[in-house]
Design a protein around this ligand. Structure first.
Ligand SMILES: [Zn+2]
Length: 504
């Protein structure tokens, strides 16, 4: 899984599209599945792509990419309905893009409520499953606040908004209060877990300022590497916009039933121009016979070469034009061209990271990865695949003032864990480390390694790290490439990803 969206055969003129991924496509075992099989009770909350919920020994609340809290949210299936009357409505996320500079206080208040509710549910599950041995609450509120409020959080950025007269002290206090609240809630979880419990505190990325969006496909077109059917783009944008406005009007008028019928009809009739998904529009807008490379998602940071015989999208579809024999040369040419992406103010190259896929990924699924992975200014500029929007757009509320960086944080404490100032490690080492620390073998097909430097010499002298299975066991996960969302779910989730700033 390289992204929230995976290439799939499209019900459109070019036969190519993308759809959302789900937990059934995780083709390996999660740590909670491994521990469940070992008979350990687990509590897992809000981990992205855990929908639909799969059996676990213990309790699971699904996370990001869950269509609705009213649907299939938990394992055991009745768990949420049982706890809801007492604990109130659970909240998966707050879509910060749906707010604005004038409703920023509402955003911070709603984010605080969502966060609080998650902790209350987690504390309750620790009571309901007192024999738990692994508890994994995933907090996403810190990510959302950093996207939306980085101009307050980063002291350098804060000085800038003060100079511009955009700073408001009560907003600053609300931002600080959110962090105090998260600290306090973590303290509550640690207190309930008890002093014997080892704690691993991990973030999946860091943050930094967001300067703007760079529309990469427009750039590739200027370089002669991609061709767009302009008329198609204009036509599609108008009809998508009209549909959006119409649906919004129906919603406002309380005509939800009518909207539902329209969506059902749309699902049955994908061939009509006005029922296309935004991915149908995108793939149909590319002139494939004259396109060598393209970007197809904002969240995978990658480019695909249009190579003959790839058949990424199903057996019958092959719009490839690059001869496989020319692959390496063409790829190098594109990587060189990316250096021509210039900062709109300084004229300097914005390309800070560029790598061919084999330097980033390994394993049997590497053929499905984007051919090139790249970042602009370490993430300060976000590469966007939208068509028809010019070359770049500066950051505003809709793009957010903060964006992900590669460096996250890792803290650990507990028996046998060394007291050290700092170590540098990688996120992929965390799960093997936890398994070994709990005394279980690390599956040989799992990426990452045991973080030896985090442990005391005494602990290492009296414990052995072991491995199990052989690498040929990969591909025996929960399922292969099954879609679980209907068109209604998909539309809701795509809107939500848009609300989180992942799609323009
Ligand atoms: Zn984020």
């Amino acid at each position: 899984m390289f992204d929230f969206f995976k290439p799939t055969r499209g019900r459109n003129a070019v036969g190519m599209s993308r759809r959302l991924i789900n937990s059934k496509e995780v083709d390996g075992k999660t740590i909670w599945q491994i521990l469940s099989e070992l008979g350990k009770t687990c509590i897992v909350m809000n981990v992205p792509v855990s929908y639909p919920p799969r059996p676990i020994k213990g309790a699971l609340f699904t996370g990001m990419l869950t269509p609705s809290v009213d649907g299939d949210l938990t394992y055991p299936p009745d768990l949420y309905q049982r706890l809801k009357p007492e604990l109130g409505e659970y909240c998966i996320t707050v879509n910060w893009q749906g707010y604005s500079d004038s409703t920023v206080r509402d955003f911070l208040r709603d984010l605080g409520h969502c966060q609080k509710r998650r902790t209350e549910y987690c504390l309750r599950l620790m009571d309901e499953y007192p024999d738990w041995e692994f508890c994994f609450p995933c907090y996403t509120g810190t990510d959302r606040i950093q996207h939306a409020m980085w101009h307050y959080i980063d002291p350098v950025e804060r000085e800038k908004i003060k100079a511009e007269g955009r700073y408001e002290e009560d907003i600053m206090q609300m931002v600080l209060d959110f962090y105090r609240q998260v600290d306090d809630e973590i303290a509550q979880l640690l207190e309930k877990a008890g002093p014997e419990t080892a704690v691993f505190f991990v973030s999946d990325h860091g943050f930094g300022p967001m300067r703007g969006k760079f529309y990469v496909n427009e750039f590739l077109e200027q370089q002669g590497l991609l061709s767009v059917k302009r008329g198609k783009v204009r036509q599609a944008m108008v009809s998508l916009l009209a549909r959006k406005v119409y649906h919004k009007a129906l919603k406002t008028l309380g005509q939800k039933e009518r909207l539902k019928r329209i969506r059902e009809k749309a699902a049955a009739d994908r061939q009509k121009e006005d029922t296309r998904t935004f991915y149908d529009v995108f793939y149909e807008s590319i002139d494939w016979e004259n396109t060598k490379v393209y970007m197809a998602s904002n969240t995978e940071g990658g480019l695909y070469l249009n190579v003959k015989g790839r058949k990424l999208y199903g057996q019958e579809v092959d719009h490839g034009i690059i001869d496989p024999a020319d692959y390496l040369a063409e790829r190098q040419r594109v990587m060189d061209a990316l250096r021509q992406i210039k900062h709109p103010d300084t004229g300097e190259s914005m390309l800070s990271h560029v790598m061919p896929r084999e330097e980033v990924y390994s394993g049997q699924y590497i053929e499905r990865a984007p051919d090139i992975v790249f970042f602009l200014e370490s993430g300060a500029w976000v590469a966007d695949f939208s068509l028809g929007k010019g070359l770049y757009k500066r950051a505003d509320w809709r793009t957010g003032s903060g964006m992900h960086r590669m460096e996250g944080c890792f803290l650990a404490c507990g028996a046998g864990i060394a007291q050290r100032d700092a170590i540098e490690t990688s996120i992929i080492n965390v799960v093997p480390t936890i398994l070994a620390y709990m005394g279980y073998p690390i599956p040989t097909d799992m990426d990452g390694r045991f973080i030896e430097e985090a442990f005391t010499d005494e602990w290492k002298a009296s414990h052995e790290v072991s491995y199990s299975g052989d690498a040929s066991e990969t591909g025996k996960g929960w399922g292969h490439g099954k879609d679980v969302y209907d068109d209604d779910d998909e539309e809701v989730l795509v809107e939500r990803l848009r609300g989180l700033g992942y799609i323009d």
